[in-house]
Write a protein that binds this ligand. Structure first.
Ligand code: PLP
Length: 247
């Protein structure tokens, strides 16, 4: 059996990020992705122009029909865009108790351009009690914390947080896995030159398929990190902007 990951995320026409990144990363590790597409984005490899949300009613209908048929072993949340979509996700999560959940809080991508409503960081807090692994970059982490300490996330019920350092300057990229007791694991990687599109989605989905396959959180994170680095080392540029991970 191929483990199934339920992905709830947005579509990126370049294929570098969003739902296509998720499907490819999950497939590469031997899993199967079932997908609810929250938004259509207008973008190229240079930046995001705009996005349109899938109506909450349609998403809910898709989820009901899908989940009556297929039972996922893990859930990965990417771009949700708006609090209305968070409302649908809450209902879906209530129907799937006990399944590991990776939440990639898509607030700030690697490109210029917005992928979320200003009220989304606040709305996402409602998902924290169900979150097994939160994967913010440093910019998204600041938006979620609003000046509070990391401990706030654990108090809200998050199990683990993987903070990615791609947005911080410097020759070394530092990613850190934390739980309520402190830092469990830290990776220091020499920064691969260039700008990439879809690295966060790739990493979070690679973590989700690891959890669906029964890996522990540190095992899933380490395997996902290794895989993502490999996809960036062989990244390619189909357009005129950022490089895309070769998954
Ligand atoms: N989800 C969608 C639909 C996107 O378009 C993007 C970036 O443009 C992202 C997520 C986040 O991308 P990244 O993995 O580069 O942070």
């Amino acid at each position: 059996m191929r483990p199934v990951v339920l992905v709830i995320a947005g579509h990126d026409p370049t294929g570098g990020a969003g739902i296509q990144a998720d499907i490819e990363a999950i497939h590469a590790a031997g899993g199967h992705a079932v997908t609810l597409i929250t938004a259509l984005t207008v973008q190229d490899t240079n930046g995001v122009r705009s996005f349109s949300l899938t109506p909450a009613k349609i998403l809910m209908q898709q989820a009901e029909v899908l989940l009556a048929d297929i039972h996922p072993q893990a859930i990965k949340l990417g771009m949700l865009g708006h609090p209305d979509t968070v409302g649908v996700v809450k209902t879906v999560l209530n129907a799937l108790p006990g399944i590991p959940l990776v939440l990639d809080p898509v607030l700030a991508g690697n490109l210029s351009g917005k992928l979320s409503d200003a009220s989304l960081p606040q709305a996402l807090l409602a998902l924290l009690p169900r979150t097994t692994l939160l994967t913010p970059n440093s910019v998204e982490l600041d938006q979620l914390l609003q000046g509070r300490t990391l401990n706030h996330l654990f108090e809200q019920g998050v199990d683990h947080v993987l903070i990615t350092g791609g947005h911080r300057p410097g020759p070394t990229l530092i990613n850190e896995l934390h739980n309520a007791h402190g830092c469990l694991w830290r990776s220091e990687i020499t920064r691969i030159p260039g700008e990439f599109h879809g690295s966060g989605c790739t990493l979070a989905s690679a973590c989700a398929i690891g959890l669906a396959q029964g890996l522990s959180i540190p095992e899933a994170v380490q395997r996902a990190q290794h895989y993502t680095t490999a996809t960036l080392e062989r990244a390619y540029s189909p357009g005129r902007g950022q490089y895309l991970p070769w998954r």
